[in-house]
Design a protein around this ligand. Structure first.
Ligand code: NAI
Ligand code: MG
Length: 355
């Protein structure tokens, strides 16, 4: 009996369903060529569901998702439903309930991908961001006092636990050690005199367990400059929730734009399903027109293959994306082409056929 992976598919809103369809096509093709299978189960959750049911997902949604091997998500958010509801009640709920404390975002400039920087070689942009995904500045801790009064005060508290800080930094070292790469920590210990001083201290402590892994530590302001002027400095990068959010969008811009940026939300212990998604939103401005670039969703499918241990297949999918970018014949409008979403997906499948 060949292995069957059970995938919960949440296409979501806007272009979510359009790009996820193409990712599924690609995963089906890979399975056909390999000794495993996928079983996809669709969940209709998102903003449309909210409008009908007054909630983003079923009440026992988390329970329903628990038994799957992975979650494949399109995008959530649509005009008419406040963004804090769509984000907190679906995406962040899944990330928190399933303790997906690692957010992995590859920032690799593939051949043929557009890059806004002059004078950099393609190989110079090859980073793997490991962003803390469960606490830090996005812990949701704080207070709002004397609302609307002249003495109004708001507090937004960063939460950095020893457990949370240590496990994300250790994950980065483990990854770097396997890849034989350096680890760069990005923090801000000069100004954030509790949280980031602590972060730097934990980084220093954990690094002692990995004497063979070279380390660098930058302040976030300097790091954002170096990402533009000397991107080659960065290999595996570990950083906090907020800094990682901002810097990975900068990274997405360096490596071909939102249409090419993928992200994985990982529970490394595999006690719960991990979630794979393109990092772009639901793009209401182009939804339903076949204009959406599916490559980010397809790249996240390749991250799923890696996560299941099929790194060779993951690599094959990435190579097919790269070949398509080099050919420049079948691309969506955001990449300067005239092809539709499904034509791009079909072309990736064709390229896989020839491998
Ligand atoms: P967005 O990423 O949806 O769109 C930004 C711009 O990039 C738009 O002009 C869009 O047309 C373009 N774009 C995005 N993905 C594209 C693709 N695959 N191909 C071609 N063009 C693409 O961000 P925006 O407009 O700020 O947010 C729209 C909605 O999506 C909001 O409700 C927001 O909350 C939600 N959102 C959801 C995310 C998620 O589910 N992970 C992430 C970011 C935003
Ligand atoms: Mg973001």
């Amino acid at each position: 009996m060949s292995k069957t992976f059970k995938i919960a598919v949440i296409p979501g809103d806007g272009i979510g369903p359009e790009v996820i369809n193409e990712g599924i096509k690609v995963l089906q093709k890979v399975a056909e060529q390999s000794d495993f299978q996928f079983e996809f189960t669709h969940f209709p959750w998102g903003c449309e569901y909210y409008v009908e049911h007054g909630k983003m997902m079923a009440d026992d949604g988390i329970e329903q998702l628990k038994s799957f091997d992975a979650i494949y998500l399109g995008a959530v958010g649509y005009p008419g439903v406040p963004d804090h509801i769509s984000l907190w009640d679906l995406l962040l709920k899944i990330r928190k309930e399933f303790d997906q404390y690692v957010n992995i975002r590859p920032i690799t400039l593939l051949k043929g991908a557009p890059c806004p920087l002059k004078n950099v070689k393609r190989e110079d942009i090859d980073m793997l961001f490991i962003r803390e995904n469960s606490e830090g500045e996005y812990a949701g801790a704080g207070d709002w006092l004397f609302k609307g009064k002249p003495e109004e005060v708001v507090l937004q508290t960063g939460v950095f636990s020893r457990k949370g800080t240590e496990r994300i930094i250790r994950y980065a070292f483990e990854t770097a050690q396997k890849m034989k790469k350096s680890v760069t920590s990005i923090s801000k210990g000069n100004a954030l005199n509790y949280s980031m001083v602590f972060w730097d201290q934990v980084f220093e402590e954990v690094s002692r367990d990995y004497p063979d892994v070279p380390t660098y530590s930058y302040l976030v302001d300097a790091a954002s400059m170096f990402m533009i002027t000397q991107p080659k400095r960065f290999e595996v990068v570990v950083t906090s929730n907020l800094f990682g959010d901002i810097l990975t969008d900068l990274g997405a811009a360096l490596a071909g734009g939102l249409g090419l940026a993928a992200g994985a939300n990982i529970n490394p212990e595999r006690a719960y399903p991990s979630m794979f998604e393109p990092i772009h939103g639901s793009a209401p401005d182009i939804a339903g027109k076949g204009l959406a670039n599916p490559l980010a969703a397809i790249w996240s499918a390749s991250q799923m293959l890696d996560f299941f241990g099929y790194e060779q297949q993951g690599r094959m999918v990435l190579d097919a994306i790269e070949q398509l970018l080099v050919e420049k014949e079948v691309l969506t409008p955001d990449m300067g082409g005239t092809a539709s979403t499904s034509e791009v997906g079909d072309r990736v499948v064709e390229l896989l056929n020839n491998r």
